[in-house]
Design a protein around this ligand. Sequence first.
Ligand code: KG4
Ligand code: ZN
Length: 335
Amino acid sequence: MKVLAVETSCDETAAAVVEDGRRVLSSVVSSQTDIHATFGGVVPEIASRAHLELVAPIVGEAMSRAQVGPTDLDAVAATIGPGLVGSLLVGASAAKAYAWSWDLPFVGVNHMEGHLHAAFLEDPGLSLPTVVLLVSGGHTMLISMEEGGGGSVEYRLLGETIDDAAGEAFDKVARFLGLGYPGGPAIDRLATTGSGDAIAFPRGLARQGFDFSFSGLKTSVVRYVRAHPEARLEDVAASFQEAVVDVLVQKTRRAAAETRAKAICIGGGVAANSSLRSRVQEVCAADGLAAFIPSRAMCTDNAAMIGATAWYRLRTDGPTPLSATVDPNLRLPLK
Ligand code: KG4
Ligand code: ZN
């Protein structure tokens, strides 16, 4: 079964063709980063307009790279939330139009569920229960992915951020340090030449439960830099990154032990962070757990993960009616 998937929840216009929820026949991502960089963040109205111009050519490119025409497809999927409402509307409307005109079922997909499924695409051997650390620009969640009945997968929320998302903290701190947008990759790069233990930034809620808090850390970086203008930017970046990664890894490790997970999986844009990737590898090796660390391209927004999730959703729930609308605050279907 071949699914054409469209993803336009934020500032990436993406399309992919995925076979049987596993084989990526093509995955095209056009990033609008350059357009938004001038403004220091994503401007929703500009994002929607750019999606509108790009969606048809990107879908065309994905189909031509996969060497498929409309008659080779079995379904058309699109992200229907969470995300920016205008951006979501462009991708979902385009996908519904393709589905309707080609007489194919439409599947509306939850973007966060897409991130959860990304690891499956590259590692079909993923064994459950698995603890997934989902860290993006808008979310920070610890989820236990468990087997439900009849081959279904259930998600149990163990904890989430009570204020800023991890990616948001990276972006805000980078903006304050004058590193531009998006902040995560900039801090990641700069941190390689700095010392992670140069400055002891606070570890929010480190010992309590599975919820996260990053707004105190962000304030602490601002205060420190104002009080120490001589501080090396590399050290500030590395110490900030260390504080974020430390909390993320500690909690994920504890969650894996408590839920008797067989593996730890990471997903979302922040899962592209080099320090987080190596620390998760180390912890898994030490605790005898499998580590599912998707490629960087599969961590950041893409349509292949939406195509994989659509295939799974189509089998368990069937198609989504064309009357279904987008939901900028769509929540994960939790147990
Ligand atoms: O999942 P994603 O592509 O979009 C959302 O759904 O939010 O995540 C984007 C977030 C941004 O905050 C970006 O700064 C962060 O992921 N990010 C990183 C890295 N690459 C992207 N954060 C830390 N280190 C990275 N290498
Ligand atoms: Zn995302």
